[in-house]
Design a protein around this ligand. Structure first.
Ligand code: C2E
Ligand code: CA
Ligand code: CA
Length: 507
């Protein structure tokens, strides 16, 4: 990739060398002349001696100067050549280096023993922006992002690695804490509102950091490690900077193990579905059930959903898992009784364009109707007008499927969410119930949420009811539906207490 310096530069360098050599010859001639005089006159220190000394000095100076000029000329030629290469390998939209050129430039800086920090940045909301405001807005956001990067890091190498992924190399830096602070500063700057297509938009990004020589001395290694750190950041809720740690590699191996085994478990039908009843406020009448997946690994034993769902969400496994859960729930539906059964749906599943279609197909094959099912989604699902997620939800609602907001209050955007989003059930997160009746603030919040739900004409479910005191408090607060270990733990279908009568009668 690296090319030789232009010929004219080399020629000019040679000219300077030639001049130096010529000078050397002249000086030598002068010396010889001086020597002749010296012998003829037979004196010890004469003007000839002085001449010889001056000639020697001039000779050395000229040689040094010639050498410096050759060096400078070569360096200038190289810089110029690099600039020419850099400008030929720029991303046409953002003007930063292309992926291949960025990698090459980073490689040049990774000389043995040299420090370099590598930051891998992935935008959190470009897809949402493209979906909701169009591609022109998405492009403008990318340009704004790279401008911000250049502004804050004028000396860094910046490359576009893929759609909304960027690499930033900071030569000479190897202070992990300082790099994390820098990443967070970048994220904060990107979070400032910017006018795009007539709207004020805030950008969000997640950054993974790895550094040479501590984490590796090769580009591939640094990029892979920063990528792992980035992934960690995405899982921790995005908009954060995470530096690579050695434990992440073990996590990666664990992840591959879980993926492989879970894929097999789905294929071999080794998963189980447990059901947790949802009760009316009397705490006795079962209204419906929530399906919760269970996986007992032959060697590792019981695996908690929180240990494998986030891993499944990183590939198509979550779709396979979701389909399996729905098929199982649809097959169990009649024996479960009650008004219906709720399945948990991950934000990743809703992102697939064919989600609603597949959902409908599974119900149809099982001979069930949409009205018998609820999907539980969390506030992590981005809901913008026209988004794939919203389209899926609308298609399902058209089939009669109910939509529940799960873990309500655990996210950050709760009230805004309620305003913008069509839903039928609100499930108050366990963290609000946990401190009842002791916590006055939680008590007030729960009462307020119940009131809001009533005024919006949606059902409200309190999750995680564990004590009779909580039950009594929730009843007083007007919470119509209750779920929790006090009333019933999740259990397989054959263990559930059979429903004496259709629950709807008691509701
Ligand atoms: P979630 O949807 O909030 O489910 C409720 C969780 O709280 C369940 O944990 C349930 O066992 C637990 N729980 C219920 N009552 C109580 C209580 O009184 N006290 C306490 N401490 N916990 C209670 P589980 O089964 O471990 O599921 C954890 C999460 O995993 C679920 O949270 C849900 O987000 C996810 N999940 C479970 N099954 C599926 C599934 O089939 N698909 C998807 N996408 N996610 C699932
Ligand atoms: Ca749930
Ligand atoms: Ca929940």
């Amino acid at each position: 990739m690296r090319q030789s310096a232009p010929l004219e530069r080399i020629f000019s360098a040679y000219r300077v060398t030639l001049l130096s050599v010529l000078t050397l010859v002249v000086c030598l001639a002068m010396l010889s002349l001086a020597d002749i005089f010296w012998i003829q006159e037979g004196r010890t220190l004469t003007p000839v001696g002085v001449m010889r000394m001056i000639a020697g000095g001039v000779l050395v100076l000229l040689l040094l100067n010639g050498y410096q000029q050759v060096k400078r000329a070569l360096r200038d030629a190289e810089v110029e050549q690099q600039a020419r290469l850099d400008s030929a390998h720029r991303d046409s939209l953002t003007g930063v280096f292309t992926r291949a050129h960025f990698i090459e430039r980073m490689r040049q800086h990774l000389r043995p023993g040299q420090a370099l920090s590598y930051l891998q940045l992935d935008m959190d909301n470009l897809k949402v922006l493209n979906d909701s405001h169009g591609h022109v807005a998405g492009d403008a956001a990318l340009v704004h992002l790279t401008r911000t990067l250049h502004d804050m890091l004028p000396q860094a190498l910046i490359g576009r690695l893929g759609g909304d992924e960027f690499g930033i190399a900071v030569p000479g830096a190897d202070n992990r804490a300082a790099m994390v602070r820098l990443g967070d500063l970048l994220i904060a700057r990107l979070g400032e509102p910017v006018a795009i297509e007539g709207r004020n938009i805030r950008l969000s990004a997640t950054i993974g950091v790895a550094m040479a020589p501590a984490d590796g001395a090769e580009v591939d290694v640094l990029m892979a490690k920063a990528d792992l750190a980035l992934y960690k950041g995405k899982r921790l809720g995005r908009a954060t900077t995470i530096a690579f740690e050695a434990d992440f590699l073990a996590d990666e191996r664990h992840k591959r193990f879980v993926e492989r085994e879970l894929r097999a478990a789905i294929l071999l039908n080794e998963l189980e579905l447990h059901y947790q009843p949802v009760f009316a406020s009397d705490g006795k009448t079962v209204l419906s059930h929530e399906a919760l997946v269970r996986w007992v690994h032959p060697v590792r034993g019981q695996m908690a959903p929180s240990a494998f769902i986030p891993i499944a969400e990183q590939s198509d496994l979550i779709d396979k898992l979701g389909d399996w859960v729905l098929r199982r729930a649809a097959a169990d539906r009649v024996r479960l009784g009650g008004e219906g059964v709720a399945v948990n749906v991950s934000a990743v599943q809703l992102r697939r364009a064919d989600f609603a279609l597949r959902f409908a197909e599974i119900l149809q094959r099982a001979g069930r109707t949409g009205r018998e099912f609820t999907i539980e989604i969390t506030e992590s699902v981005p809901l913008h007008p026209g988004s794939v997620e919203l389209q899926n939800i609308e298609k399902l609602r058209a089939l009669g499927v109910l939509v529940a907001i799960d873990d309500f209050g655990a996210g950050f955007t709760s009230i805004e969410y309620l305003r913008r989003f069509p839903f039928d059930v609100l499930k108050i997160d366990r963290s609000y119930i946990m401190h009842l009746p002791g916590s006055r603030v939680d008590g007030l919040l729960v009462s307020a949420i119940c009131k809001i739900a009533r005024s919006l004409n949606v059902s409200v479910v309190a999750e995680g009811v564990e004590t009779p005191e909580q039950l009594a408090y929730l009843r007083r607060a007007g919470c119509e539906q209750l779920q929790g270990f006090l009333l019933a733990r999740p259990a397989p279908l054959h263990v559930l207490r059979p429903l004496a009568a259709p629950a709807a009668a008691a509701a």
